[in-house]
Design a protein around this ligand. Structure first.
Ligand code: CA2
Length: 145
């Protein structure tokens, strides 16, 4: 089976390095290592990527059209602004799960709306970095593995 793409948007490369009181102590490398192990246990593979650039994320999603069994995406701040990422996801045919480390509905009003949620098959918010693993378990179920 093709890998599940795990995409992270802007500033998530700083995970574990700044603001641990908001985003937790795990680094992005820690999260990816945990997901890689979990994917093996579930009979899946992942390909992890991160970008601080909107157009690069759009291009990752275009590549997913032929290369990914599903997409788990934390679009970061682009969740709240990017019609381009929503349009790219709308051109992707597989399952899409959206993850937010924090509960965006408990934060500032400008974080309450996510453009990506209009395409996502499921959304996890506020479970900390555990949310990525929960999304991967759900992805395994959706893909029937
Ligand atoms: O809760 C989430 O996962 C967010 O997608 C994170 C975004 C934020 O703009 C969204 O509203 C909610 C911000 C990611 C910034 O990540 C950092 C991690 C550590 C230190 C600084 C930033």
């Amino acid at each position: 089976m093709k890998p599940v793409f795990v995409m992270n948007g802007p500033n998530l490369n700083l995970l574990g390095l700044r603001q641990p009181e908001i985003y937790g102590a795990e680094t992005l490398a820690d999260v990816v290592a945990g997901l890689t192990t979990l994917a093996g246990d579930l009979g899946l593979a992942i390909e992890a990527m991160q970008s601080n650039h909107e157009g690069e994320i759009v291009e990752m999603i275009h590549r997913a059209r032929s290369a990914a069994a599903g997409i788990i995406i934390n679009p970061g701040a682009y969740s709240h602004t990017s019609v381009a990422i929503l349009d790219a996801l709308n051109a992707y045919e597989g399952p899409v799960l959206e993850v937010h480390i924090t509960n965006i509905h408990k934060r500032e009003a400008f974080r309450h709306h996510s453009f990506v949620s209009a395409r996502a098959d499921g959304v996890i918010a506020g479970f900390g970095t555990m949310g990525y693993g929960l999304a991967l378990r759900r992805m395994a179920a959706v893909l029937g593995v």
